[in-house]
Design a protein around this ligand. Structure first.
Ligand code: PLP
Length: 284
């Protein structure tokens, strides 16, 4: 695999980052994941905009222009022959040459890493036909979940808890309400209405979420942005989650309770089709 590191395209075995890198010792970095379908980038403008915002919230500059980011993404897709898959990008505060809590001087070069992951079957995903099962886990993450940082230990722990309990993912719960999934935004459907938590510092502002809600509104579907509980999810007609890599993923069971028919519902199924169709129109 060819990866990108600080201006160079390299074989992955030759890409090296300092042990003092702030990303390594402090999780001081942000990332984005953009999916590739039919060799094209989905929701690219949204991902770049959020990258800029995450960097800004952490007082980091954006090391590259929009055009440069696009060129690197496209080149990696081409060099690695990615038809369906993902591109991961990460920017850290770089290598201050030692470990220190204070940020290094602003002219310290940031570390920029991008790599691809080939994922055939991303669009025609058997899991989307079966639906996923989730369990609730207490949300013990930090208070700025709107910043897409690389500190992902707690979501990893929650994912492992879900696996231990024999299901696919965890829905995180704070003060009795679902915040989001380990790596996705969560929704329920009741009487045809799509219910999803409103944006705040409590959740990541999903790029897939933003596009999907726009497409759903254009299709005259009813949307309610508010928090919901696990009990409400268990009594819902349907549930699903969204992320750049899962698109729209039906959820068929919450904490052992099957939803509706126990199969992916019509709204989630339609929204998945709608998202794939519409996002491909603006893919670049
Ligand atoms: N929420 C969390 C915590 C995430 O990690 C992610 C994606 O990684 C999402 C939501 C979904 O965001 P997006 O649709 O931009 O992939």
């Amino acid at each position: 695999r060819t990866v990108y590191l600080n201006g160079e395209y390299l074989p992955e075995t030759e890409a090296r980052v300092s042990i003092f890198d702030r990303g390594f010792v402090m999780a001081d970095g942000v990332y984005e994941v953009t999916s590739v379908l039919q060799g094209k980038l989905l929701d690219f403008a949204g991902h770049l905009a959020r990258l800029g915002r995450s960097l800004g919230e952490l007082q980091m500059g954006n090391p590259l222009s929009a055009e440069e980011w696009l060129t690197i993404h496209r080149k990696l897709v081409e060099l690695n022959g990615i038809h369906e898959g993902m591109i991961y990008l990460q920017v850290t505060r770089g290598n201050p040459g030692d470990r220190d809590f204070a940020y290094p001087p602003e002219d310290t070069p940031q570390t920029v890493v991008l790599f691809t992951q080939s994922k055939p079957g991303l669009a025609d995903n058997p899991q989307a036909r079966a639906g996923m099962r989730v369990v609730s886990v207490e949300d013990l993450r930090w208070g700025r979940r709107d910043i897409k940082t690389v500190q992902l230990l707690y979501p990893s722990m929650a994912k492992m808890e879900a696996k231990r309990r024999g299901v696919d993912d965890a829905w995180l719960v704070e003060d009795g309400f679902v915040t989001e999934g380990t790596s996705n935004n969560t929704y329920i459907v009741k009487d045809g209405r799509i219910i999803t938590r409103q944006l705040s510092q409590d959740i990541l502002h999903g790029i897939t979420r933003a596009s999907l809600l726009r497409y759903a509104a254009e299709a005259q579907m009813q949307i309610e942005e508010r928090p919901f509980t696990i009990a409400e999810a268990q009594a819902a007609d349907e549930a699903f989650f969204t992320s750049a890599s899962a698109f729209v993923m039906p959820v068929v069971e919450v904490d052992g309770v099957a939803l509706g028919s126990g199969r992916p519902g019509p709204v989630a199924t339609r929204l998945r089709e709608l998202y794939l169709e519409e996002s491909l129109k603006t893919a670049i």
